[in-house]
Design a protein around this ligand. Sequence first.
Ligand SMILES: NC(=O)C1=CN([C@@H]2O[C@H](COP(=O)(O)OP(=O)(O)OC[C@H]3O[C@@H](n4cnc5c(N)ncnc54)[C@H](OP(=O)(O)O)[C@@H]3O)[C@@H](O)[C@H]2O)C=CC1
Ligand SMILES: O=C(O)[C@@H]1CCC=N1
Length: 267
Amino acid sequence: MAEAMISGMVQSNQVTPSQIIVSNRSNTNRLNELKYKYGIQAKKREDLDFATIDLFILAMKPKDIDSVLESIRPHLYPHQTIISVLAGITTSHMESHLPDKQQVIRVMPNTSSMIGESATAIAPGTHAPKDRVYLTKALMESFGEAYIIDEDQMDIFTGIAGSGPAYFYNLMEHIEQAGIEAGLEGELARSIGAQTILGAAKMIQERSESPTELRENVTSPNGTTAAGLEELDHHGGGEAIAAAVKGATSRSKEMSKQMKPTLVATK
Ligand SMILES: NC(=O)C1=CN([C@@H]2O[C@H](COP(=O)(O)OP(=O)(O)OC[C@H]3O[C@@H](n4cnc5c(N)ncnc54)[C@H](OP(=O)(O)O)[C@@H]3O)[C@@H](O)[C@H]2O)C=CC1
Ligand SMILES: O=C(O)[C@@H]1CCC=N1
């Protein structure tokens, strides 16, 4: 996810690559790969000069959050903002592991950041000032659309947009396979399916009709679409998508509950 955001930021030309410093736990080859690919700085954790950093963007797995916060905590300055992309980790959980009043902002991008097409949510923590929230929004907008939401909407946002690309990739896998089984070359089947999804998404974005009206416009009485939609309905297509969103949303909630805030002394 970190690479997807870096790629989008650098391509946008709104962030100078040298302003970005990437670091990780141990994989030096990976750091060098990112450094040469995007022209950014790469530093081992022990070589980071904390005093020169304004925004920290955390993008490790949720299970690693506590150890990371505890390790950066003694080096932080009050003006620095901690931005987390971690699914299911609440701002209150992060605040409980950081110095008193440290600025925390939770975001949820998706992998389409890679090409500047993410849908990213932003939920400020208790002490994040407005200017930092807007700065974070501008940064997130460098790789797509960004929405400031209440943190209690973060689980459903994750269910729709954080995990969402995977639902559409899964849909594409099935469309491609159906095309191949009917005799199309794989590459052609993929290209037709992708252009169809892209066109439908752009129609929703650029036209005033609702998805329902757009669907009805495609569906001629007793025509091909009606036959296709009947099969979709018969096989529970709509319910399956709704269940996928609910499943991912519940998992996000569950992950938040597993990481209850810990009260620690503040410096
Ligand atoms: N994948 C997605 O579509 C999305 C993911 N997210 C969130 O992004 C996060 C990362 O996911 P993903 O990119 O798939 O995970 P990866 O496992 O691919 O990447 C995790 C990175 O974190 C680094 N890391 C681990 N521990 C530390 C540490 N202590 N200090 C510094 N760096 C560390 C790892 O470095 P090393 O290899 O050296 O250990 C690795 O580069 C997750 O929390 C996920 O919830 C959010 C939105 C979408
Ligand atoms: O699967 C996950 O947990 C992460 C968060 C959203 C997308 N990927």
